[in-house]
Design a protein around this ligand. Sequence first.
Ligand code: TNX
Length: 526
Amino acid sequence: MIYSKMNVLMKTTFTMICFFVLFSCTQKTPTDLTLVSIIPLPVSVQATGSSFALSADTDIYVSKEHQSIAQYLAAQLNPATGLDITVKTEAPTSSSSHIYLSISPEEKDLGEEGYLLEISEDSLKLTANNPAGLFRGVQTIRQLLPAKIEMSTKQEGPWEIPTGTIRDKPQYAFRGAMLDVSRHFFGVEDVKQYIDMIAHYKMNVLHLHLSDDQGWRIEIKSWPNLTKHGGSTQVGGGKGGFYTQEQYKEIVQYAQDRFITIIPEIDMPGHTNAALSSYPELNCDGKAPELYTGIEVGFSSLCTSKEITYKFIEDVIKELAALTPGPYIHIGGDESHATKKEDYLPFIEKVQDIVQKYGKQPIGWEEAAQAKLKGNTVIQYWSNPDHAKEAFAKNLQVIMSPAKKAYMDMQYDSTTALGLHWAAYIEVDSAYIWDMETIVAGAKKENILGIEAPLWTETILKMDDIEYMIFPRLPGYAEIGWSPASMRNWDSYKRRLGEHGARFKAMNINYYPSKLVDWSLAKEVK
Ligand code: TNX
């Protein structure tokens, strides 16, 4: 009898010890704000050593005007916490555990996208000078919570955040990604997912490569055969597709709700086989070529000497400008090997004027830097440093997309099944370890508009492929654009990225598990 009582006692004690050890190991309350893995790295983080917890009482308080951002935050928090956090636009009745979002005219130094996050034991206050700053700050709040906050089904808490202050703003105004929807077409839902993935890392630009040899992807009402015929296939001969103007507006609105600018690109005079095949009059010989489903580049050109070519371009730009609330229209201009240089340069100048006539700022790939450009035309560097140098020398704004570092269609190494490697193999460290100011000689910081990481899709067929190529390199590009170069270092980044593996897993993102990074936390996510 005594023996069995002792046995029970011992068992209970043992269970309690186990429970305590387990609890303290896996459920430790996070109290040091400086140790949380935030990407991109914030400019300043100060810890105060305690913690804030979301609870059944938590609500989000915001002014009426900015409730949509608060709704977005609630939608991020509710599925996993199961807490039914609601958005309130009147003053709180109780003072406990609330989240407050507010715009402060005094916080001028936070600029367009900066934010201030003040976390105490009983409140979390997010302040910004502009709504975009609130939205960027919301991404930080997501990352301060455990990775399982990203799951779509209810998970066990606690939902704690260490206390302290984060004051943060981006180094560069332009932080973007590109998606080529021409080589392979991606529908509206895929593009929305892409937008959500870049928004999480505080990027603010999505450049859509809407036309190329293999497909024309945006409805132009005055030239309907562009999509009817020119949008009917893709690389490999699949059925292609296109966005109606209504669908395109839906993408633009979705991006705008996330403070992301869509930049539409119509590539010309080269990369135009789909258009040339749709309208014979755009060809110098008046004959329409067959549709193209291969992956060669540099063989097509609009007929630069025909009047009708410029009428065509004007019609397209006019419709596109009407669909574009953002300031830019991209005119391509790359790899025009089938256009003589003496025709190419005046062509670019004419198209530049058309874009400006419709109130937009033209962007051209680096080759366009050789033309006579107006001061507000932007050049996108991708390969030849001489072109970049020329753009800097002409005092133009330059977007940095060096193929050797920032092309997300480049393979990680020689074993990567998807992608190309004409520029380089780009492992995760190589994608991160470079600087926009030193990557080309003659670069001037004040002329660097920012960074863009393109994803060309010759070999990319589905969303899983997109995810594999952009993750985990994309968070690194976001950090290069956002965080001060002096604060960035691979060891810190590598540790934070490894922790984000658990977030990728919780979001069901198909990422490349680079051997350079410790992904052990991701393995714990079921
Ligand atoms: C070069 S980069 C291209 C694209 C290809 C890409 C493949 C640039 C401006 N042009 O047409 O898709 O390489 O990596």
